[in-house]
Ligand binder design. Sequence first.
Ligand SMILES: NC(=O)C1=CN([C@@H]2O[C@H](COP(=O)(O)OP(=O)(O)OC[C@H]3O[C@@H](n4cnc5c(N)ncnc54)[C@H](OP(=O)(O)O)[C@@H]3O)[C@@H](O)[C@H]2O)C=CC1
Ligand SMILES: CC(=O)[C@@H](O)[C@H](O)COP(=O)(O)O
Ligand SMILES: [Mn+2]
Length: 385
Amino acid sequence: MSEKKRILLLGATGSIGRQTLDVLRRHPDTFELAGISAGHNEDALQEIAQEFPEIQAASVESTDGRPWQTDLITGADHVARLMDRVEYDLLVNAVVGFAGLAPTLKALESGHDVALANKESLVAGGPLVKKTLAETGRRLYPIDSEHSAIWQCIQGSREKDVNRLIITASGGSFRDRSRESLKDATPAEALKHPNWAMGKRITIDSATMVNKGFEVIEAHYLFDVPFERIETVLHPQSIVHSMVEFKDGAVMAQLGSADMRLPIQYALMMPDRPSLEEDNRLDMTRTQSLEFREMDMERFPILKTAYETGKAGGSAGAVFNGADEEAVALFLEGKLPFLGIEDAIRYALQVVPFVQDPDYEALRDCDRLAREAVRYGVSHGFQVE
Ligand SMILES: NC(=O)C1=CN([C@@H]2O[C@H](COP(=O)(O)OP(=O)(O)OC[C@H]3O[C@@H](n4cnc5c(N)ncnc54)[C@H](OP(=O)(O)O)[C@@H]3O)[C@@H](O)[C@H]2O)C=CC1
Ligand SMILES: CC(=O)[C@@H](O)[C@H](O)COP(=O)(O)O
Ligand SMILES: [Mn+2]
């Protein structure tokens, strides 16, 4: 067995995937990149394969037939076959969307821990993932910055002493705009996140506040805290990545610059905290102010829907996510107005039948039905008869 920790990186060509590669480059004696996958970007995948010759296999949905020096797996179920082919110690799941749920479950079921960026695994499949964790005894290491912050804040403390989780929200691209002005918001405007450079889907989700709703649900499953004790607060600077309030009133916060390499490295290496780049450190003497504002549920009503969805459990999260995933894609194609994303989610939650204790196949059906509902709603209107 190799002495290095073998990493299987799914979504290697994306924003989190590339930053994960950067972390691996810094620790060549600790990690070996065992396998990589992408959705469609074969060019970028091949570049990575050339840089990391130790890779056992790579996978992408379709190929243009070029020669590969590494085993290349293609086709609809390429990720599952890659996971069967590669020998690895830790899965880093940086796939975007519902497509990330199956690999999370498959890794846990085959006895692997997962460093999880794919928040949709817990939003769409929270109850099933939790059950799988209990059955397999495996672990999830959060990569999402807020959950990494909470995880760092609770080190050395007891679960029973935690009173509240306080998740910070930047407010996204439109935090200073009225709801009225959002009627004509364009994809180009929505894609300008004030603090973070991320993939398109999560950037739009930050602008609608769906991302914060997702993070509330994610926190519930990661830290086993009831929704009533998970709060969100607007923090425009994205310096405090989240907080934990303990029963005695002490509040622990994790601060840092907006750089995902820190939470990625922490998920892969904790409790070790080796150096990251010096020039990217937070300089508190240059930090003008740290503001915190109450979350306005009228301005961001979808956050309330996310709490209701999380409390409903069952298949509700899969519908919420599937509808959002479809609606964001339609918005980016110019086929749905920005505020239509909220309408689409609410509509799908009303029309897709609820399943109390879904297995993976039931969740996949709900995801499909939610997408179909959104497409139907776009052409026929989002009114429920
Ligand atoms: N970016 C960030 O800073 C943060 C991201 N996250 C979460 O991390 C995850 C990844 O986000 P991000 O890196 O921004 O997303 P990107 O869109 O930048 O990257 C997504 C990756 O997933 C691959 N992919 C897309 N669809 C599929 C599919 N159906 N099957 C297999 N692979 C697929 C893409 O391949 P290809 O390149 O070929 O399209 C790409 O490698 C998301 O769940 C997001 O919410 C969480 C916190 C912060
Ligand atoms: C980097 C990260 O974790 C994102 O989820 C980020 O938190 C998005 O920021 P907001 O959703 O707060 O705008
Ligand atoms: Mn986040």
